[in-house]
Design a protein around this ligand. Structure first.
Ligand code: CIR
Length: 255
């Protein structure tokens, strides 16, 4: 696993109450509570030793707090995405400014689309979700950027959830956590698999920060399983981000 020293996050706008969702929201998003949960996430990252840079929210971009979708950081390259939802394309501008000078920049261009939430890096293999947000042209462009550095790109169909990483993430030590209801486990057969039931699918999105696993709270059984694998775990209240189809990884770019 990479060792992270920095995180870039983006604040939650008031407009987040009107963010994109796959289905109509039953209970409205509580934006002040979302901000508290976001601040807690940032405090956890700082507590794990990361320097956290907070980009201002943009009220014209309701989903801007989901910064993971706007860029993918691989080794010394920052690949700015072309998000698959038209309303999210302008989110990339502020992220580009923030990354300028930190890493060399590359960009996914139309007709290619790609959301960072579809990109799962495990060692030298990069799994990219073929989702409603990421298309074949986007995957081809991404592959052309990383393959010269020795990476292999594997396209993985994902259905029923927004992004690949909504259904599968890498815990570390050869251990993948996934929800077979949404992604075919055979793509990950070279790893140890922690398989989740459909009801547990939301906690397929875990984040390893320098050896500690951050996971959504409320999945006691899965938490125990991850601890039994030898990882320290920190649980986070994700209620207001879950309403907006946001996963835990979506709230930060780490490097
Ligand atoms: C969207 O539909 O684009 C946002 N409401 C949620 C994006 C979540 N992104 C992520 O988990 N990587």
């Amino acid at each position: 696993m990479p060792l992270y020293t920095h995180a870039i996050v983006r604040e939650v706008p008031d407009a987040y109450a009107e963010c994109l969702t796959l289905e109509a929201i039953e209970v409205p998003i509580d934006v002040p509570k979302a901000r508290e949960q976001h601040a807690h996430f940032c405090a956890i990252l700082a507590g794990l030793g990361l320097e956290v840079t907070r980009l201002e929210a943009d009220e014209s971009l309701p989903d801007c707090c989901f910064i993971e979708d706007t860029a993918v950081l691989v080794d010394d390259l920052a690949i700015l995405t072309n998000p698959g939802a038209p309303s999210r394309i302008k989110e990339v501008e502020a992220v580009e400014q923030a990354l300028r000078g930190i890493k060399p920049l590359a960009k996914i261009l139309p007709p290619g689309t790609l959301d960072g939430g579809d990109v799962l890096v495990i060692g030298k293999t990069i799994y990219i979700g073929q989702s409603t947000r990421t298309n074949e042209a986007g995957i081809r462009q991404f592959a052309a950027l990383v393959e010269p550095n020795g990476y292999t790109v594997v396209s993985v169909p994902v259905s029923g959830l927004l992004h690949l990483k909504s259904a599968v993430t890498y815990l570390g030590n050869g251990q993948v956590i996934l929800a077979p209801a949404y992604v075919d486990p055979s793509y990950f057969k070279e790893y140890h698999l922690l398989k989740l039931s459909e009801a547990e699918a939301y906690c397929a999105n875990c984040l390893n920060v320098n050896g500690t696993i951050l996971m959504p709270e409320g999945y006691e059984q899965v938490k125990k399983q991850i601890e039994n694998l030898g990882f320290p775990v920190i649980e986070l209240d994700m209620s207001e981000f879950k309403k907006g189809d946001g996963a835990l990884t979506c709230k930060a770019l780490l490097y």
